[in-house]
Ligand binder design. Structure first.
Ligand code: NAD
Ligand code: GLY
Length: 367
């Protein structure tokens, strides 16, 4: 049974058989004893966080965990997408080993998607797997990266190329942590919120359009709804296709172009959410050129992406470079790039596209 939560908090359940878990969503959860009950008992916990988030929230998480673990260790990673790599991942293993952590040690990821993806990968591999809890503190991590069990680090040749599927035991989204998020990071998170509309839920898209100003000014009720509905949609998709045999690929709408932007510019130049926002504009134009949606639909989503403070014109890396990077995408098969396209409003699919059409899209959408 999930623990009772503070007033106004909510659960979203991820149904994955013995790997099922709950996402707890609410204000003040970091300090709520109930949010931390019922996790595996162990002598030790390790908080994996970073140099920015640690001073903001680590002491509160340590206090919340203190009643449950004899020792709460902590490792502060350097901050930034450019540190989502082997040397930084190794800092987690170094800490686990130096502190004598056994295979019961519970790993807590406190931070955004970078910390979550790396802590999750470390938990998946340390002693072949230790328990893992996600405590996402960015909007992007609360609506997407902390949910669903994808963990990874980047490689200079491609984004998230080395990793594992490894589900957390729980996700604790304290909405209050979003109050300290820089505006640019809030916008980046909105890219992944907007994504859920065209791929799965046009009523949610309508709601986002009506509430984008409230979301941008961090209205608590609007953020709570955006996080909950995003997690519900992701839970439905992951519940059907945990390891991306098919359906789950729709969650990568905008990501094939977006990952090429991130790797092509060098990790950390554009935020992941910014690259995804612009990548969605490109994927919409591809969908239009393939005759799947009309220009009015593409412009409707593009306008929303712009209202969220996200870039809608991509960097001019050159079409050859984009194509080279996208051929290395994880969805590619035999060197054939496979794009997530909108097949009709509210429904996405995965398909190839002729290079000349992709080149036209890149010519239209980069500068
Ligand atoms: P991030 O982890 O880099 O966090 C963004 C910035 O905000 C960082 O500087 C961080 O230190 C800071 N920060 C975090 N919480 C804060 C807070 N509450 N107040 C102030 N500052 C705070 O970036 P992100 O956008 O959270 O995540 C992007 C990463 O997530 C990418 O690496 C992407 O590949 C990954 N991702 C993974 C999945 C998945 O399914 N695993 C899905 C989407 C994205
Ligand atoms: N963010 C894509 C996925 O979780 O599958």
């Amino acid at each position: 049974m999930p623990p009772p939560l503070p007033h106004a908090s909510q659960h979203v359940h991820i149904a994955l058989g013995e790997r099922s878990y709950d996402i707890l969503i609410g204000a003040g959860l970091l300090d709520s004893p109930q949010a931390w009950q019922g996790l595996p008992r162990s002598a030790a916990a390790l908080i994996v966080t970073n140099a920015t988030v640690a001073p903001l929230y680590a002491a509160r998480l340590r206090a919340a965990l203190a009643p449950h673990y004899r020792t709460v260790h902590q490792v502060d990673l350097p901050d930034g997408e450019e540190h989502k790599d082997w040397p930084t991942l190794n800092l987690v293993f170094d800490t686990l080993l130096a502190r004598g952590c056994d295979r019961q040690t519970v790993v807590f990821a406190l931070g955004g998607g970078v910390v979550g993806d790396m802590a999750g990968f470390a938990a998946a591999s340390y002693m072949r797997g230790v328990p893992f809890v996600q405590v996402p503190t960015t909007l992007l991590a609360q609506v997407d990266s902390s949910v669903g069990g994808k963990t990874a680090i980047n490689h200079p040749r491609g984004k998230n190329m080395v990793g594992a599927f490894y589900q957390p035991l729980r996700v604790v989204c304290d909405l209050d942590t979003l109050k300290t998020l820089p505006a640019r990071e809030l916008s980046a998170g909105l890219a992944e919120v907007i994504k859920y509309g065209p791929i799965a839920d046009m009523a949610f898209l309508d709601w986002i359009e009506s509430n984008i100003d409230a979301l941008m000014r961090r209205d608590a009720a609007a953020l709570a709804h955006a996080v909950r509905r995003s997690c519900e949609i992701k839970a439905d998709v992951v519940g059907v296709d945990e390891r991306e045999a098919g359906l789950r690929a729709i969650l990568n709408f905008g990501h094939t172009f977006g990952h090429a932007i991130e790797a092509g510019l060098g990790y950390g130049k554009w935020l992941h959410g910014e690259a995804v926002g612009c990548g969605m504009v490109m994927a919409l134009q591809l969908s239009r050129r393939l005759g799947l949606v009309d220009e009015a639909f593409a412009q409707r989503i593009t306008a929303l992406i712009a209202r969220a403070g996200l870039p809608i014109v991509g960097p001019a890396l050159g079409a050859d470079r984009y194509l080279e990077l996208m051929r290395g995408d994880k969805k590619a098969e035999g060197g054939q790039i496979r794009f997530v396209v909108i097949e009709a409003p509210g429904r996405a699919g995965v398909r190839g596209a002729p290079d000349d059409v992709v080149r036209q899209v890149l010519a239209d959408c980069t500068r």
